[in-house]
Structure formats: C-alpha cells, structure tokens
Design a protein around this ligand. Structure first.
Ligand SMILES: [Zn+2]
Length: 481
C-alpha cells in the first residue's frame, strides 16, 4: 500500500449562501488543482446579534444567505456527489455554524449525505454531528474567545480531531506566527492560538483551508490541507482525517514527514525510553528552513544548503505568471510554453481567486453567475510553477596558482557552489596555505608551481599570487595552452 499526501481545501464558499460564483465553478476550479474539497454553505448563527440599529446589514446578508443554502442544500449535496470520482477527485459535504461564544465551526461528513441541522450551542452541535458520523471543526481560531475565535475550555478532540489554523483570515498557529489576522474581526489573541490549546493539554491536528468566498477552492496562498492517505477515495480520505494524518499549508505541496519511534503524524504512542525522531521534507522549491518543534519551542532547525543543491541538481522551479485582463471581465488565455533545452517534468498550477471575504464586493454577481466561465479568472494574474530538468554544461577543471591573495578562498567557495567547475589542483610555496586548501577542497597540492603545470590537466587557472608573481604565472599558464 502506498501512503502519500493528497491535497485539498475543506472550507470554501460561493453563492450557494452569501459568497460569489457558482457551485459548478467552484467544483471545476477545485478539480484543476486539488485532490479533494468541500464546498461549504453558511448555515446557522444561533447567537447572531439582534440590534438592527448597529448590525442590520450583517443580520440581513446572513439571514438571506442561510435561507438560500437551506433551499439549495439537496442540490449542493447532489453536485458534490456527482463531481466525486474515486481515484481522481473527492468532494465532501459541509456547512458552517457561526458562534460568538464558541467560535465558528464547520460540520463535515464523509458524505455523500449530511443533514443540515442547527444547534443552540456547541455541545448540542457535537451531539447532532455524532449521530450522523460527522465531525465539528473550529476555524479562524486565533480571534478572541467571545468574538468568534476558539474558547479552548469547550474544545473536545473526539468531535474535533483537527482545527483550521490557516486561511484567508490569517494564521492562528501561535502568537508570533507570520500572517496576522484580517482584523475585521479583531487581532490575534494569544489565548486562542493552536499553541495555547496544546499548552492546555488538548491533542489535535492542524489544517489549512482557504475560507474563500468567491468559488475558488484551493486558491493558492490562501490555505490548503494535506492528508496522508492510502488512496484517493471517500473512505480513505475520511479515515485519514479522523486519524489526524493532516497538515496545514499556505499553498505549496511540501512533502513533510515526521516519525517518532517509527510512528507517523497523527499517531499516539507510549514511549518511556529513548525516542528517535526522523524528519523528511521535500519541497517543490528550495526550502528556506525546517524547524522541529516540541512543546511550543524549536527543538532543532535545519538550514538546507542552497549551494549543495546547486552542485548536485539540475532541477529548477520556474514560476510563470500572466495577466491581467480587463477588470471585472472574464478573459480567456490561450498560451503555449516550451523549453528549448531541457524538459518540463512537472507542472503545478497556483491559481488563485480574488481574496474577498465580505459578501459585498466590486465583482458583480451577474458576471460570475455564468457557469461556463471557469478558466477565465476575472482579470487576475495566473501562475503555474514548473519543475524542469535543464542539462548542465560539463564542469570546468580549474587549477589555482598562488594562494597568498585573500580573495582566493571566496572564489574557490563560489566555484564549488556554482557547480560549474571543479578544483583539480593548487600550487603555492607556503605550506600552511597548502594545508588549508587541502582541508577545504581535498585536491592535490604542489609547492612548486611549475610541477603543477607539468602534471595536471585543466581547462582554466585562477591566479592568486602576489601581483608581481601573478603576472609571471599568468604568462606561464598561457604558454601551456
Ligand atoms: Zn467560512
């Protein structure tokens, strides 16, 4: 059985409640760049404010959106079921339950069916969900408790195996995390972060999902989740979610694996003795760094050596963007791309939709209501990332004559880093300098410059002797061709 990461977005909205764009557009776009998704309908808000003198607009668009979802719920389930094709794409049903007191939660089921049921409070919502085999997942948890952020005292991991920590709303991982909250619902609160939850002893996984409101599941950069599953089927994805084999990503598909005593992400183990930790990370681009955290602190970090990858790999990631068209008008792009040397080995689309969470936007509903408009991205720039294998020219064989000039060490380091040349030998009359070059680069050394010229074959020389000797050496080297 092969276990691998599958990538999805479990939280995105469209005009089925109060977002923009249609369900069909959302599903078509999801299939362009995700393995699985859920089109979430805004459904309930038991403690919605009632003061119309202040909140009339908020009350109205929620009420209208909730009613629209209720009218179209069966249609939403049917469209997601129809879009599901085991091995290719899975769509799970979900709806959103807002709460000032408990924080916003989404209800998910393996599907294809899920009953749309309200509850007066979170314990009741959990009970309803349990009866139909569903889970209840908190999101944008980092807002303050009481203002639609999480209130950890009410959290129950058996109903909520993971929480959504990254979306358009920002990152709720920790107080110091990058990607601050949107602020339209207040700043990030230290007591509402995932780290605060772990500190309290709760045990849960974390996911990213977009919370996109314009029919764009998986909008690149706005949040995605990975699950480690044995197959792309409804049952396998659902099993992975319940087993907490999940991760949060902003957009790129980073293959990160962690094992403690050979137990992987999501596992619970009893290990009183030594606990060997294995970390494997493969990015789709050069990695900036890898951090291993334990109890909220960085236990260890790695800074992958960019120089090393330059010498051993001729794989390159290219990002191509194009756009934009006329604002508010769909544009059909018809582009062709080829590489004259090398081969494109992988293409990863990084398409994104307009980052709007408010129900009223500058994009008119009429313009996105046409289901046929899927690939046209409303005048936004599009981006794909390519992985290409580009053949490298044979490396130059380089000899260095003279080591007295201080710049020599930087130059030799750069030569090694570039992968374009190999140092084959060095010559200098000073033994300490020869020791140094041998230690750093492990090449044959000569105290006699002419002996090097006699015995070694090379394509180029570096001359780093003092200036007077340097000129003579350059001549000598040139005379040897
Ligand atoms: Zn939402």
């Amino acid at each position: 059985m092969t276990w691998r990461w599958y990538w999805g977005d479990l939280h995105s909205h469209c005009s089925i409640s109060y977002g923009h764009g249609t369900v069909n557009q959302a599903l078509a776009r999801a299939r362009q760049q995700l393995d699985f998704c859920s089109i979430t309908g805004h459904a309930f808000w038991p403690d919605m404010p009632t003061d119309r003198s202040v909140y009339a607009e908020i009350i109205d668009y929620h009420t209208v959106g909730f009613a629209r979802l209720a009218r179209n719920w069966d249609k939403l389930l049917a469209r997601q079921a129809a879009a599901t094709e085991p091995g290719k794409f899975i769509a799970l049903p979900s709806y959103e339950w807002h709460s000032l007191q408990y924080g916003d939660h989404n209800v998910y089921a393996a599907g294809p069916d899920l009953k749309l049921v309200d509850a007066p409070d979170l314990p009741a919502l959990r009970e309803q969900a349990k009866q139909q085999g569903a889970i209840v997942i908190p999101h944008h948890i980092g807002y303050a408790a009481g203002y639609r952020g999480i209130d950890w005292q009410h959290f129950r991991a058996e109903a909520s195996p993971f929480v959504e920590i990254y979306s358009l709303h920002g990152c709720s991982e920790s107080e110091a995390a990058p990607y601050s909250m949107l602020h339209d619902m207040g700043p990030r609160d230290a007591g509402s972060t995932a780290e605060a939850g772990w500190d309290l002893g709760h045990r849960f996984g974390v996911i990213g999902s977009t919370d996109h409101h314009s029919a764009y599941p998986g909008s690149h950069g706005d949040g995605r989740l990975g699950v480690i599953a044995s197959a792309l089927t409804r049952d396998a994805i659902w099993e992975a979610l319940l087993a907490q084999r999940v991760c949060a990503a902003t957009g790129d598909r980073i293959d990160a694996r962690l094992f403690v005593n050979d137990a992987g992400i999501g596992a619970t183990i009893q290990a009183p003795g030594p606990r060997p930790i294995k970390v494997q990370v493969r990015g789709t681009d050069a990695l900036d760094r890898v951090e291993l955290l334990k109890n909220g602190r960085v236990l260890r970090h790695w800074w992958p050596d960019g120089n090393e990858s330059a010498t051993v790999s001729n794989r390159h990631r290219l990002r191509l963007t194009w756009g934009r068209g006329r604002k508010h008008r769909p544009v059909r792009w018809d582009c062709q791309l080829s590489l004259s040397e090398g081969a494109i080995t992988e293409v990863e689309s990084c398409f994104s939709g307009p980052p709007v969470v408010a129900p009223v936007t500058q994009i008119g509903d009429a313009e996105v209501a046409d289901d046929s408009v899927v690939d046209a991205h409303l005048g936004r720039a599009l981006m794909v990332a390519l992985l290409a294998e580009i053949p490298m020219a044979d490396a130059f064989r380089v000899a260095v004559l003279g080591l007295t000039h201080d710049h020599v060490w930087n130059n030799l380091q750069e030569l090694q880093a570039s992968g374009r040349g190999t140092l084959v030998a060095a010559a200098d009359p000073h033994p300490p300098l020869l020791d140094q070059v041998q230690q750093l680069h492990g090449c044959p050394v000569y105290s006699d410059l002419e002996a090097l010229l006699e015995r070694e074959h090379f394509d180029a020389v570096y001359v780093f002797a003092d200036n007077a000797t340097g000129a003579r050496l350059a001549e000598l080297a040139a005379s040897r061709g």
